[in-house]
Write a protein that binds this ligand. Structure first.
Ligand code: GLU
Length: 469
């Protein structure tokens, strides 16, 4: 087939209640291609497993897609369609296959099939009812008559994959109760929706020869196939909900930026030209090709994702960063104060969730104290004395134009020297007294912003706590 004629790609998730990062990558691959090829991206919700299907799950899928830039408002987007609404088509197609001799009914129970396999020593269904000419009836399954020969799946990622039909049993199209199996529903939907490219997870590769046979038997021209490699964790094990953090929603809640996530997902097994993988979506869309996707499993490296995220946080303009941070800050925190410290936070935050805890000491009258750090730092025999001297020295700066970061710094360092402490160590009691923590944005800029009065109050209350007044 001509893959350039009005390409139609699709993303066909089965709702699960959360959105797997692997699903997000598959959706993005389809999206990038649909856009570059001037085609359509069809969203089809494979909702036929009723036990696993709730309306809010579909909303979750649409919301997650929108977060990674795949919006229902985009003209390239089509759907959502629901597999369940085409159930009649699935049955009709299976019946057509029967009428044309491509399928036959079988009355063996599952147990009987197994017994026969055991007795013959050959696994799977042995074609027992192929020539028995049975009609439909309760409990009878409809099976596809797999032809002899070889089925070749031309896969854009995996290359030419040959399947010996002798190893493919006559698979079930309709169950004993007449309901269609996944394989039929999925292939019939793809045909009905005019899908030209099936880009999906590698785990579906064994389905491809069967579906290709269905397309051919139903008179269609099979799609272009592309099965994209699984995502694995550090131990090279397939990412799983039990072992790994796989829900896109969770990364979102932890303050990952959508464009960082998108860029990272697109570089799992594929890389843009040049020596950096950090590239804007426009370039990804222009350059992404399935033929260039590596076919070995891709390591979903959360550390690398974090590095991408940091990079994206740094790349925001100051205004963008403020806007990005806004929803992460309590409404009552003064935005003008935040704006003054924001550039220092932007340089340090790894995720947007880091932002509020980094600056909360500026807004909360009594910031939470990291007790372990407090005990360690204030336990040093010089700490209380140093802090008391700093209080005195800082009191002199209060109310003058010298309450400035560089003066606060040199003042502290001078006191530190008297106690034989290097700057890094000398500032620790002051930091923990004022911010409650050992890490955060640069201390003296923070103190300048906090003001002499509030700084003094906190140092005094810290001294109180250690019994110095
Ligand atoms: N519903 C299937 C899944 O979520 C996808 C099938 C396909 O893409 O063909 O795994």
């Amino acid at each position: 087939m001509d893959p350039t004629s009005s390409p139609r790609l699709r993303f066909a998730p089965s709702p699960t209640g959360y959105f797997h990062v692997g699903g997000a990558r598959t959706a993005l691959y389809n999206w990038a291609l649909a856009r570059r090829l001037g085609g359509r991206f069809v969203l089809r919700i494979e909702d036929t497993d009723e036990a696993r299907n709730r309306p809010e799950w579909t909303e979750g899928i649409i919301d997650a897609l929108a977060w990674i830039g795949i919006s229902t408002d985009d003209p390239v987007f089509e759907g959502p369609y629901f597999q369940s609404s085409l159930a009649g088509e699935h049955v009709a197609a299976a019946e057509r296959l029967h009428a044309a001799g491509h399928a036959y009914y079988c009355d063996l129970t599952g147990e009987q099939v197994q017994e026969r396999a055991k007795a013959s020593g050959r696994p799977g269904y042995d074609g027992y009812s192929r020539d028995r000419g049975l009609g439909s009836g309760p409990g009878r399954v409809l099976r596809f008559r797999v032809p002899d020969g070889v089925t070749v799946v031309d896969d854009l990622v995996r290359g030419r994959v040959e399947f010996d039909n002798a190893n493919i049993e006559d698979f079930v199209l309709l169950r004993g109760n007449g309901s269609p199996m996944f394989l039929v529903a999925n292939a019939v939907d793809d045909m009905a929706m005019g899908i030209t490219h099936v880009v999906r997870a590698e785990e579906h590769l064994p389905n491809a020869p069967k579906q290709q046979m269905l397309w051919e038997a139903l008179g269609g021209e099979p799609p272009v196939w592309a099965h994209v490699p699984v995502l694995v964790n550090e131990q090279r094990k397939k990412l799983s909900k039990r072992r790994d953090k796989v829900a896109l929603e969770q990364y979102r809640a932890e303050g990952f930026l959508p464009d960082a996530m998108v860029n990272y997902l697109m570089t799992l097994g594929w890389a843009p030209a040049g020596d950096t993988e950090i590239v804007p979506w426009e370039r990804i869309e222009a350059e992404f090709r399935l033929e260039d996707v590596n076919h070995s499993p891709a390591f979903f490296d959360v550390k690398k994702l974090r590095a991408f995220n940091e990079e994206y946080i740094r790349m925001r303009t100051p205004e963008e960063f403020l806007a990005e941070a806004d929803p992460w800050l309590p409404a009552e925190w003064d935005r003008a104060t935040f704006a003054r410290i924001a550039p220092l936070v932007q340089e340090r935050a790894k995720t947007m969730a880091d932002v509020a805890p980094m600056v909360d000491f500026l807004f909360l009258p009594d910031p939470e104290v990291d007790e372990a750090a407090w005990t360690k730092i204030m336990g040093a025999d010089w700490a209380a004395g140093l802090l008391a001297d700093v209080r005195a020295a800082y009191a002199e700066l209060a109310g003058t134009d010298r309450w400035r970061a560089e003066v606060l710094k040199s003042t502290l360092e001078a006191v530190g020297e008297r106690y034989g402490q290097k700057p890094g160590k000398a500032q620790a009691p002051l930091r923990v007294a004022v911010t409650g923590r050992t890490i955060g944005p640069p201390l003296y800029e923070s103190l300048e912003l906090l003001g002499a009065e509030e700084t003094g109050r906190r140092v005094a209350s810290a001294l109180d706590r250690v019994g110095v007044s």
